[in-house]
Design a protein around this ligand. Structure first.
Ligand code: KIV
Ligand code: ZN
Length: 526
């Protein structure tokens, strides 16, 4: 008999814990609206007590997103639960999600308590949350490493206190599919069948999806996961993989999910771009190569009959191929039409920005593919306010010279130009941006990829830049990969300014001495 598996998406909470992936209210809301289109059952929108901004973002999601349950996370303390309720109370279907570490490692080393105190605090917290909200989830953090008898005791206590969902996470990704499956079966057998049993797996050993599926086979009703599998450390179980396994291998699991798979690809791209976390090319379901057939034998097979080497249809994931190509000669109405097909309805001012950027790119690239357009749109739609915007850049580089970049940025109505050298052209242009802004960044991550095939492919650069103690992410696209990198770097700097960071213009003393000076050319390097 077929049963329903609830998909609990925690991209906006566990996924947002990735360094540099912090989102603002508008970005969180956009992703939540897309998750509702994807038709997830639950959106864990944040950890409201973690910051006033997160509380406001969860509140906005609760007010505006209709369909899924909206959950807010809380520790077993009243202030957390008060914030969580404050954040989700206006949702159509609110949920408070309370958690506490239940393994001896967590209880003794992190919480510095004993088992009984932890159990009493958990039950008390659920009772307190129940005063506000009918739907309360309780998580036994590090559940897979928790002593089984104690796990049963804490589950019984919280169910008796009114928990409607019990989640048993594999917090550190330590479990193996057989043992996690057994654990879930034993809990399911002894727990009230009306209480939803949930699983939440991390990917430290690369087993998050396998463990989640073993749990489904053994009676789990809800799977907690994230888009693209992002999350703490090696990430969480990937939503799209779980969903597509359950759909593609339906006969094996006899489990239904309500996910609108046509929205999977779009959601994946949106999360990747807004959070600036690239998707690895060989990632199952949504990676750039997931449907690319490169060997001659495979291509031949797919041309004769696609089922020879394809077990899913790209169209079912919303990966569309459009016959009409957009070029620099395509007007506004062709662009608007294609945007509509891709599911975007843009406000007039955003449409103008997208159009201008489209023309700028199309002037340098013969044809603009849908993927190129999606990248342009998402960057323009979620643009951080630009303290500095890129006006122009020139690079001189070669095998026998120190690369030199001249960069011109616009700040208000001032055009500021400076030049810098670097270890390569990208480094030189980054130094140029630093010299103008007076801010020094440490590049923590740099990813560059071609969005489509071909020599004139649009390059998409994603960076993570540490400024002071905080890591800011940035994204940029251009047919010129150095320009794409410069735009991404500047985008990260603009995030820093949007968060109150000072530029040298505003505070010349603050950053003195930190900015790298140009590399001096020595005779031996000529
Ligand atoms: O990994 C974990 O245990 C968690 C809990 C807070 C549910 O994220
Ligand atoms: Zn987690």
């Amino acid at each position: 008999m077929s049963r329903k598996i609830h998909i609990f998406d925690t991209t906006l909470r566990d996924g947002e814990q990735v360094p540099g992936a912090k989102l603002n209210k508008r970005q969180k809301l956009e992703i939540a609206l897309q998750l509702a289109k994807l038709n997830v059952d639950v959106i864990e929108a944040g950890f409201p007590c973690s910051s006033p901004d997160d509380l406001k973002a969860v509140q906005a999601i609760a007010q505006e997103v209709r369909g899924p349950i909206i959950a807010g996370l809380a520790r077993t303390v009243r202030e957390d639960i008060d914030s969580a309720w404050e954040a989700v109370r206006q949702a159509e279907r609110p949920r408070i999600h309370v958690f506490v570490g239940s393994s001896d490692i967590h209880i003794s080393k992190k919480l510095r308590r004993d088992r009984n105190t932890t159990l009493e605090m958990a039950a008390e917290a659920v009772r307190y949350a129940k005063k506000f909200c009918r739907d309360v989830e309780f998580s036994t953090e590090d559940g897979s490493r928790t002593d089984f008898d104690f796990l049963c005791r804490i589950i019984d206590a919280t169910v008796n206190a009114g928990a409607t969902v019990i989640n048993v996470p594999d917090t550190v990704g330590y479990a193996l599919p057989e043992e996690y499956g057994d654990l879930i079966r034993k809990i399911r057998e002894r727990m009230d069948p009306h209480v939803i049993l949930s699983v939440h797996c991390h990917n430290d050993l690369g087993l998050a999806v396998a463990n989640s599926l073993a749990a489904v086979r053994n009676g789990a009703d809800q799977v907690e996961c994230t888009v693209n599998g992002i999350g703490e450390r090696a990430g969480n179980a990937s939503l799209e993989e779980i969903v597509m396994v359950l759909k593609t291998r339906y006969a094996s699991y006899q489990a239904n999910v309500g996910i609108n798979t046509q929205e999977i690809y779009r959601t994946s791209r949106m999360v990747s771009r807004i959070m600036n976390i690239p998707v690895q090319p060989n990632k199952a379901i949504v990676g750039g190569n997931a449907f690319a057939h490169s060997s001659g034998i495979h291509q031949d097979g797919v041309l004769k009959d696609r089922t020879t080497y394809e077990i899913m249809k790209p169209e079912d994931l919303g990966i569309k191929q459009h016959k009409i190509v957009l070029t620099a000669r395509s007007g506004r109405s062709a662009l608007r039409h294609r945007l509509g097909e891709l599911g975007y309805t843009l406000e007039a001012d955003v449409f103008e920005r997208v159009y201008n950027r489209f023309i700028d790119v199309a002037d340098r690239k013969k044809e603009i593919a849908s993927q190129d357009l999606q990248s342009i749109v998402e960057i323009e739609v979620f643009k951080v306010p630009e303290t500095y915007s890129m006006q122009s850049m020139q690079i001189m580089s070669g095998t026998k010279m120190v690369p030199l970049a001249s960069v011109t940025l616009l700040r208000g109505d001032r055009l500021i130009t400076d030049a810098a050298t670097g270890n390569g052209p990208v480094d030189a242009v980054f130094h140029g941006i630093e010299r103008i802004t007076g801010v020094h960044g440490k590049l923590r991550d740099y990813d560059l990829k071609a969005i489509t095939m071909g020599r004139d492919a649009l390059g998409e650069a994603m960076v993570r830049v540490q400024i002071g103690e905080t890591v800011y992410s940035g994204i940029g696209t251009s047919p010129d990969v150095i320009e794409a990198s410069a735009r991404a770097y500047l985008n990260a700097f603009n995030r820093y300014f949007a968060n109150g960071g000072a530029a040298m213009i505003d505070n010349p003393q603050a950053l003195k001495g930190e900015v790298q000076t140009p590399i001096e050319m020595s005779a031996s390097r000529e």
